[in-house]
Design a protein around this ligand. Structure first.
Ligand code: ADP
Ligand code: MG
Length: 294
């Protein structure tokens, strides 16, 4: 498999009014073509910072990032980004929102009918062709995110970058869109890097889960391969031993090895004697923490 995205020895320091803030250090990651990678970690650990670096929206303080063996020096059509907030233009229809992106990338060499065809094919991919003439305010939050994904895929990016794309949606809509995303990447084989703080989402979607330690100076603490065959079915996986083992491994990383700093502090203030007497495994089983506290 071709190494498609490379992050080599990357660090990111922000210069704030209070002085230098080291957000990321020593990040090394290679993503192969067609791989689905999720970045998971507690809120504020640096997931978005890393994704923005790959998107080329920011430049690293140290190290180098490459996409298809070319250094990433800014945003480009080879890397499409989907944010949590759909960021559609409210005065344009779904079709026009997608068309705008398509025109920007392919407008130089293709005529209008071809551009329209590309736009409609992308909307069809996310099941939104019937809503193509609606304005963003006329459709649901889940549909808006699907338009955002259509717009990203319409430019045929080498890499699809997503920053908690389903984070603002209710659980059922989120599950539905995860299933849809699974089908889309199975069809398009698009290399995908997605930020999430949802353990189940990470296991369901990923080939590998990249787990970040807590900041400041966060880095990759562990990478978990998810050896589940595709297509994946969430209902069947619910009791699958491999699925459960992967899930347990991520939960262990997030809640035991790299517990939320705020929660750790709260726990320290609680009755230490009681905490010492309770087996952590029992605590875990009693409250299956599927989502990292935001
Ligand atoms: N432009 C910036 N200037 C200063 N600090 C920043 C900037 N962007 C992010 N940070 C800090 O870097 C850390 C990581 O942020 P972020 O990548 O947004 O976390 P996550 O996406 O994992 O929640 C946080 O402590 C955040 O406050
Ligand atoms: Mg973020």
């Amino acid at each position: 498999m071709k190494k498609f995205v490379r992050v080599e020895n990357v660090g990111q320091t922000f210069h704030t009014r209070k002085g230098a803030f080291v957000a990321l250090r020593d990040i090394d990651l290679t993503v192969e073509q067609g791989e689905f990678i999720t970045l998971i970690g507690h809120s504020g650990c640096g997931k978005s910072t890393l994704l923005n670096l790959i998107a080329g929206l920011t430049r690293p303080t140290s190290g180098v990032l490459l996409c298809a063996e070319r250094e990433i020096t800014g945003p480009g059509p080879d890397r499409a980004v989907v944010f949590q907030n759909h960021s559609l233009l409210p005065w344009l229809t779904c079709f026009q929102n997608v068309y705008l992106a398509v025109e920007r990338v392919f407008g130089g060499k293709e005529k209008r009918p071809q551009l329209a065809e590309r736009s409609q094919a992308a909307l069809d991919l996310v099941g939104l062709l019937p809503a193509q003439n609606k304005l963003p305010r006329e459709i649901s939050g889940g549909m808006k995110q699907r338009v955002g994904i259509a717009r990203a895929l319409a430019i045929e990016p080498g890499v699809l970058l997503m920053d908690e794309p389903f984070g603002a949606l209710d659980a059922l809509t989120r599950a539905h869109l995860q299933d849809e995303l699974l089908k889309i990447v199975a069809k398009t084989h698009t290399t995908t890097i997605m930020v999430t703080h949802d353990v189940d989402e990470a296991v369901l979607l990923s080939d590998r889960i990249v787990m970040l330690t807590n900041g400041p100076a966060a880095t990759i603490g562990d990478i978990l391969s998810v050896p589940l065959a595709r297509p994946r079915d969430r209902v069947r996986l619910a009791n699958d031993a491999t699925y459960l083992a992967c899930r347990a491994s991520v939960v262990d990383f997030l809640h035991r090895r790299h517990g939320n700093p705020e929660r750790a502090q709260a726990a320290a203030q609680a009755n230490a004697q009681t905490l010492r007497e309770v087996d952590p495994a029992v605590l875990d089983a009693a409250s299956p923490a599927t989502r990292v506290a935001a």
